[in-house]
Ligand binder design. Structure first.
Ligand SMILES: O=C(O)CCC(=O)C(=O)O
Ligand SMILES: [Fe+2]
Length: 323
């Protein structure tokens, strides 16, 4: 069943993420955001409506209560210096482990996907016609702004654009739905309810700046490697977070080039570094901050749960009465 959740409930730049196949013919990209034309009252009403919908979908009383609970639980977590590596996990083993509230890597799942056996050349041969939307320009410092620069093009044009490899910060296909690739990935049913697969494609040097998503996340590294920094949810007090929407907070702190003059509190934040390699599956619990840089040409895909985070262990005080 295709869940009712569409582009409107997505995490990063909700309006522009999902590629809707509108009727027959080639899939088209959704329209760009029009939010900058809304009045302040409209913007507030929209934000409230979205927050209520987000809470309803996750079956929680409110997103704010869920965020607070995640941080409260975070304070009781053991401190970890590295992300543990586990083998393949069935759904029961995954859930038991995820309930500990800590990130972990698992191998033995992603490497079996047909997409893992393909190569970037396949994108040229079989998927060059796909419409894609690239993050362009200085997309780090504008990452969570609704009007950041994006460029629509075909997959072929994107691959040509980045083939030269001259830019410090290459254009990035981040957080796209590419439905044509879904059949090549066999996601385990770790979450009872999950959003559609998202794809992240680009050459070495693409960056997703520090942020946290308030949903549990399974992140599959398909081709290439990425460096990821992780920081626990309650360390937001050291990370100068800014709300992009109720379930997405961005931080201006760069763990790869720490500027402690500008962000002195960040000295107290723990930053756990991990490298994801092809065939790794990384579990990022809801509320954990993460910063991601591609070390090579890379393709990743992730899915966010749309449910009460595992770390909250079914906390009844957060559960919403049936609507
Ligand atoms: O791979 C990336 O660049 C970012 C991924 C991410 O932020 C996520 O999966 O939540
Ligand atoms: Fe994220």
């Amino acid at each position: 069943m295709r869940e009712k959740e569409s582009a409107a409930r997505d995490q990063e730049l909700p309006q522009e993420l999902a590629q809707e196949s509108q009727g027959r013919g080639a899939p088209r990209l959704p329209p760009r955001p029009a939010s900058q034309f809304a009045s302040p009252e409209d913007a507030v009403a929209r934000k409230l409506a979205r927050e209520q919908k987000d809470a309803q979908v996750r079956g929680v009383t409110s997103i704010q209560a869920m965020r607070d609970a995640i941080k409260r639980v975070g304070r009781g977590l053991p401190v970890i210096a590295e992300v543990p590596r586990l083998g393949a996990l069935d759904a029961a083993a995954f859930r038991t482990r995820a309930a500990q509230g800590l990130p972990f890597l698992s191998s033995g799942v992603v490497g079996r996907w047909p997409l893992s056996a393909l190569t970037p050349q396949t994108l040229r041969e079989r998927f060059s016609h796909l419409p894609v939307r690239a993050r362009v320009g200085d997309y780090i410092n504008t990452a969570f702004a609704p009007d950041r620069a994006m460029q629509d093009m075909s997959m072929q044009e994107y691959l040509e654009l980045v083939a030269g490899g001259t830019l410090d910060l290459p254009p990035y296909l981040g957080n796209l739905e590419l439905r044509e690739l879904n059949g090549l990935c066999h996601w385990p049913t770790y979450f009872d309810k999950m959003g559609p697969p998202r794809f992240w494609l680009g050459p070495a040097g693409t960056v997703t700046p520090l942020h946290c998503d308030y949903d549990d996340n399974i992140f599959a590294q398909i081709w290439g490697s990425k460096r990821i920094f992780l920081s626990p949810p309650h360390h937001d007090e050291f990370l100068y977070p800014k709300e992009a929407n109720a379930i997405l907070f961005g931080s201006p702190f760069n763990p790869e080039a720490p500027d402690f003059d500008r962000f002195p509190l960040a000295r107290a934040a723990s930053m756990i570094e991990c490298i994801v390699h092809p065939a790794d599956l990384l579990y990022v619990p809801a509320g954990w901050y993460h910063y991601v840089r591609a070390l090579t040409f890379s393709l990743s895909s992730n899915r966010w749960a749309r449910a009460l985070p595992f770390a909250l262990n079914g906390d009844p005080s957060l559960q919403r009465a049936a609507d």
